[in-house]
Design a protein around this ligand. Structure first.
Ligand SMILES: [Zn+2]
Length: 272
């Protein structure tokens, strides 16, 4: 589940792309050591010495309390939400569904709408800064709301997705043994809710993210939390595995992928 956030040379990058990022859930990391030996791919505008290189980590909780749940309901598809049923990509841009992994309960599909999003108030920002942070996050929530109904809740206890301004834990890179900072981390857990197998997400966003990078980071992470549990190999998609200088808006390929995810069977949302 990790894409090592160290300088990537063209060949390595190509290899990763060829492999289709078999490690489905890559990671992105923000690399700010500008003076480092980053090799810039000449055929790519992906990296420049000035660009931040971001990385996220998407994980299930290592010790999810599924053992306390009875056996999972047999996987079935839910009806497509109307917003996705209506979606048509007239240009046939394709998708990257093959890069999305099912989990042991199937695909991470929501079936109760609107999905409730709680934005935890920052305890370190005040006044205008706190407001700007929330507005940047809200921007991304609003963008996804076009494709799946989302609502902001003030009650953390009923939230499906919780967004927190907090640095994700450092993770040791096995090759370099140097802990790296990550821009974000998205984690899900299974829960039993009203006798249905359900799930919930926590998204940690590094305080180092601001402005359009913050919006891009939350756009990307929300894509994971809404069911795209994998990464796109194309930087023109919001779910591209790395952060780029000009972050992509939600692309038709992102929505095509999301729609395919929602057509898949899942144990989530069915009676325990
Ligand atoms: Zn990601």
């Amino acid at each position: 589940m990790t894409l090592t956030p160290k300088p990537i040379r063209t060949t390595v990058l190509q290899k990763l792309l060829t492999l289709g990022l078999a490690v489905v859930t890559g990671v992105i990391v923000i690399l700010t050591n500008l003076q480092s030996n980053i090799t810039i791919a000449s055929d790519s505008n992906l990296l420049t010495k000035q660009s931040q290189y971001a990385s996220d980590l998407i994980t299930s909780l290592p010790s999810s309390p599924t053992s306390s749940l009875p056996s999972f309901p047999p996987p079935q598809a839910h009806p497509l939400p109307p917003t996705l049923a209506q979606w048509q990509d007239i240009k046939n841009s394709g998708d990257y569904f093959s890069h999305v992994s099912p989990t042991k309960v199937g695909y991470l599909v929501w079936s109760q709408f609107p999905v409730k999003v709680y934005i935890e108030p920052s305890n370190t920002l005040t006044g205008q800064q706190a407001e700007a942070w929330v507005n940047n996050v809200l921007e991304a929530v609003k963008e996804w709301n076009t494709y799946l109904p989302l609502v902001i809740t003030e009650k953390p206890e009923i939230a499906d997705i919780t967004i927190v301004r907090k640095a994700p834990p450092l993770q040791l890179n096995p090759s370099s043994k140097i802990p790296r900072a990550r821009s974000a981390q998205t984690t899900y857990n299974y829960i039993s809710k009203n006798n249905l197998l359900s799930h919930s997400f926590i998204i940690l966003l590094s305080p180092s993210q601001t402005g359009q990078y913050l919006t891009a980071a939350i756009r990307h992470e929300l894509g994971h939390a809404l069911g795209i549990w994998g990464h796109s190999p194309l930087q023109t998609d919001a779910l591209y595995f790395s952060q780029v200088r000009n972050p992509s808006p939600i692309s038709p390929r992102d929505v095509n992928t999301l729609k395919r995810v929602y057509e898949q069977p899942t144990s989530l949302g069915w009676k325990l």
